[in-house]
Design a protein around this ligand. Structure first.
Ligand SMILES: Cc1cc2nc3c(=O)[nH]c(=O)nc-3n(C[C@H](O)[C@H](O)[C@H](O)COP(=O)(O)OP(=O)(O)OC[C@H]3O[C@@H](n4cnc5c(N)ncnc54)[C@H](O)[C@@H]3O)c2cc1C
Length: 312
């Protein structure tokens, strides 16, 4: 069992209004021992030194093939992951669907390098898209750009660095993987969510997402890119993409999130001495999130929205 085989379940489409206050509704799918395990886990996770040591020890144990998978499986894995394959996830997906919650099967792989590995990831995404097509509880498919291409290649394209012949071929294969994943979602009538990652590789991924939207979003938004609202340039970017979509006669779709790489982004900007693209405070990020959400909700005739947050 390797990390790249884990499939997570993410939730969407909550139907209850005050779910977070109503613990009876929020935890109705958990029994007492699962709740006790969750309480224990979160107490452990809140302890920073313990997390640091635990992560290092676990990595070491996995590297030297110590038999720790059973322990991981019965603690962290079972709480945070749906299963290691789509069939294993289905009982969780079905239980959630009974209470009006739909799921996304997320094949959590990123940072792969070789063509074979990247093609294997694409094949898994295509399989999951087909699988989602048959399940009302899962109207989405999802991938991370670095699951389908090498990080450094995205970075070179983002930074306008000329590619060697070999790299140009590699880029063509990457474009083709994006296209296959988007076409599969289009054919299966499934919505495809494409994650956003680090700013120094993201422009190349954004441009590819835009090309996919032009091609597959004529009738509805099949392809969704992600807007990270901790970036101060994203509202202007959205407005510009919206202008192009209206002019080109296609729909745009965005998952909006606050953003997952804040510390890494600020550290890199400081280290390399360029102005960070991050907002300066949580409040500014929240304001940006709300403005972007407002803009999208005001333009639902041409924009589709998916809100990715843990906040009610
Ligand atoms: C379904 C789903 C899909 C996601 N997909 C992506 C993705 O594709 N790409 C991605 O990057 N993330 C993604 N995320 C993660 C997301 O970006 C957030 O990191 C995470 O959801 C926490 O934000 P929140 O809105 O839930 O919670 P909150 O606790 O309200 O917000 C925490 C976030 O606020 C921002 N923040 C905190 N402190 C500061 C500060 N001092 N200055 C500026 N900003 C600050 C950071 O972005 C931080 O993650 C996804 C999350 C979900 C639920």
């Amino acid at each position: 069992m390797t990390k790249s085989k884990y499939i997570c379940v993410q939730f969407s489409d909550m139907k209850t209004n005050s779910l977070f206050d109503n613990t009876e509704a929020a935890f109705q799918l958990k029994n007492d021992s699962q709740l006790e395990r969750a309480y224990f886990l979160f107490r452990m996770i809140a302890n920073e030194p313990l997390v640091r040591i635990g992560t290092a020890v676990t990595k070491f144990a996995l590297n030297v093939n110590l038999p720790v998978e059973g322990l991981i499986r019965s603690t962290v894995f079972d709480h945070f992951c749906g299963g290691v394959n789509e069939d294993e996830c289905m009982p969780v997906v079905d239980n959630l669907h009974k209470v009006g919650v739909r799921s996304v099967l997320d094949y959590s792989v990123e940072g792969k390098e070789g063509s074979d590995q990247l093609d294997a990831t694409l094949n898994k995404i295509l399989e999951l898209t087909d699988f989602a097509d048959t399940k009302k509880a899962m109207p989405f498919s999802v991938f991370k750009p670095t699951g389908l291409g090498r990080f450094e290649l995205y970075q070179k394209v983002t930074e306008n660095i000329e590619l060697s012949d070999e790299e140009s071929q590699e880029w063509k294969r990457l474009e083709s993987r994006f296209d296959k994943a988007s076409k599969a979602a289009y054919d299966a009538n499934v919505t495809l969510l494409i994650d956003a990652e680090e700013t120094w590789m993201q422009k190349a991924a954004d441009d590819l997402c835009e090309q996919m939207m032009v091609k597959y979003n004529k009738e509805r938004a099949v392809v969704f890119n992600t807007l990270q609202c901790y970036r101060w340039d994203r509202l202007d970017y959205l407005k510009e993409e919206h202008r192009k979509a209206k002019e080109g006669g296609y729909k745009i779709g965005y998952k909006i999130v606050r953003g997952a790489y804040l510390e890494k982004e600020n550290e890199r900007a400081e280290e390399k001495g360029y102005p960070s693209l991050m907002h300066k405070s949580k409040q500014e990020t929240d304001n940006c999130f709300n403005k972007i959400m407002r803009y999208m909700l005001d333009n639902l005739d041409t924009i589709e929205i998916f809100i990715g947050t843990h906040n009610e």
